[in-house]
Design a protein around this ligand. Structure first.
Ligand code: ADP
Length: 179
C-alpha cells in the first residue's frame, strides 16, 4: 500500500529489509551497536563484516532514541542507518524514544542526501513494543517529517510477517484519512 505525503511517497510492503534497493535501510540496533538477533543479525549477515568494523571504528554505542550511519557493505543499499529503539517497559518515555529513533534516522538521510529509505518495525520484535501502538507512532513520525522534507522522496516500511504488515496497513489507512 502506498500513500502520497505532500511531495513524497510512504509505502508499506511485506518483505525482507536486506533485499531492498532503497539508498538506505534502517536497522533495529541495540545501544551497544553489538549486533544481535532479529533484523539486526540479518542485516549484519547480508551486509558482511564491514558494517561491524565501521561501527567499531566510528562510534562508542548509540543512545536509545538515536541513530548512526554506516555504509551498506554487500547490501544493495548504499547505507545502513542503525537506529536504537526502546525496549518496551510501559513507561511514558517509551513513545518519545521510539519516535526519536525514526526522526534521527530521517535526519541522517537529509544530512547524507539520501532520498529513499526502508525501515523495519523498530522495537516490535525482541524489544516487545506492541505493534498497534508502535506502528501508529512510526507512521506518524515519518508523515510529520515528510511534510517539511520533500528531499526525501520515498520511505518504505518493510514488515517481515503478515500480521505486522496488516497492522501497519490499518494504521496507514487510519492516518491518511485524517490528514
Ligand atoms: P527489536 O529488538 O527492535 O524489537 P527485532 O529485530 O527483534 O528488533 O524485530 C523488529 C522487527 O523486525 C520484527 O517485526 C521482526 O519480525 C522484523 N524482522 C526480522 N527480520 C527481518 C528482516 N529480514 N526484514 C524485515 N524485518 C525483519
Amino acid at each position: 500500500m502506498k500513500a502520497t505525503i505532500h511531495q513524497s511517497t510512504l509505502e508499506i510492503v511485506q518483505g525482507d529489509i536486506t533485499r531492498q534497493e532503497t539508498e538506505a535501510i534502517g536497522n533495529a540496533a541495540n545501544a551497544a551497536l553489538a549486533g544481535g538477533g532479529g533484523v539486526d543479525g540479518a542485516i549484519h549477515r547480508a551486509g558482511g563484516p564491514s558494517l561491524m568494523s565501521e561501527l567499531k571504528a566510528n562510534y562508542k554505542g548509540c543512545p536509545t532514541g538515536s541513530a548512526v550511519i554506516t555504509g551498506g557493505g554487500n547490501l544493495e543499499a548504499k547505507y545502513v542507518i542503525h537506529a536504537v529503539g526502546p525496549r518496551y517497559s510501559g513507561s511514558p518515555k517509551d513513545p518519545g524514544f521510539l519516535s526519536s529513533a525514526y526522526r534521527k534516522s530521517l535526519e541522517l538521510c537529509t544530512q547524507n542526501k539520501i532520498a529513499s529509505v526502508a525501515f523495519p518495525s523498530i522495537s516490535t520484535g525482541i524489544y516487545g513494543y506492541p505493534v498497534e501502538e508502535a506502528s501508529r507512532l512510526a507512521l506518524k513520525t515519518v508523515m510529520d517529517y515528510l511534510k517539511d522534507h520533500p528531499e526525501i522522496k520515498l520511505v518504505r516500511f518493510v514488515l517481515f510477517d503478515s500480521n505486522t504488515y496488516q497492522v501497519y496497513e490499518e494504521g496507514l489507512k487510519e492516518l491518511t484519512k485524517v490528514q
